[in-house]
Design a binder for this molecule. Structure first.
Ligand code: GRF
Length: 208
């Protein structure tokens, strides 16, 4: 069966290591898609550099260019829609999107979070896990709804927390899994294998 390629738009604010893993998965054919554009609210984001090096259009859209959040989000929406983006991928995008933005892409925005949701949403998830004393943490890919890290869960990976871990050690061990999990979730979406029923994401069996 020949599937048409999924048009992907990525929003990122910083380092862009997840973006790099997605670029690689698109290049090696794991994701049947094309990254049409990478947008960042931070003109200095390494993510923009990584996109350009991979030949992907990349644009900075700073919040302070606009009077209101709505105008800022309108600019993002326009850039994504102009490129025909079907799936919006948040990869370290540090701003909470408003219902106005989310309604433009219903069930078509994904995020990755460095904890096993619903534990430890929000900022510094790895520190939250260490401070709480859990033995296992991990990462979660989920669809975005109007809450903070509350949308339907697509995939999760479990990572042990070691007694000697610093926040950086744990973040690094989780990140290694993020780089496998996010491409996998996007590939499932691109193959049309994900559907949302209430809070649950149903994953259809593959052909193989
Ligand atoms: C990752 O830990 C991701 O889970 C979180 O933000 C971080 C982004 O890292 N949402 P990078 O920019 O992809 O390297």
């Amino acid at each position: 069966m020949i599937l048409s390629k999924l048009s992907i738009g990525v929003l990122a604010s910083g380092r862009g290591s997840n973006l790099a893993s997605i670029i690689k998965a698109v290049e090696d054919g794991t994701i049947q898609g094309k990254i049409e554009i990478v947008l960042s609210d931070n003109p200095k984001a390494q993510a923009l550099q990584r996109a350009k090096e991979a030949g992907i259009p990349a644009e900075a859209v700073s919040r302070d260019q606009f009077k209101t959040k709505r105008e800022f989000e309108t600019a993002l929406i326009r850039a994504l829609k102009e490129r025909g983006v079907e799936l919006v991928v948040l990869a370290g995008f540090m701003r909470l999107l408003s219902p106005y933005f989310i309604e433009q892409f219903p069930g078509r925005i994904m995020n990755i979070h460095p904890s096993l949701l619903p534990s430890f949403p929000g900022l510094a998830a790895q520190k939250q896990a260490l401070d709480y004393g859990v033995r296992y943490s991990g990462c979660t890919v989920h669809f975005v709804d109007q809450g903070m890290d509350t949308g339907p869960i697509i995939l999760q990976a479990v990572v042990p927390v070691l007694p000697t871990d610093t926040e950086e050690d744990l973040a690094e061990r989780i990140l290694e899994q993020e780089h496998k999990l996010y491409p996998k979730a996007i590939a499932l979406y691109a193959e049309g294998r994900l559907s949302i029923e209430g809070r649950r994401v149903i994953i259809k069996e593959g052909d193989k």
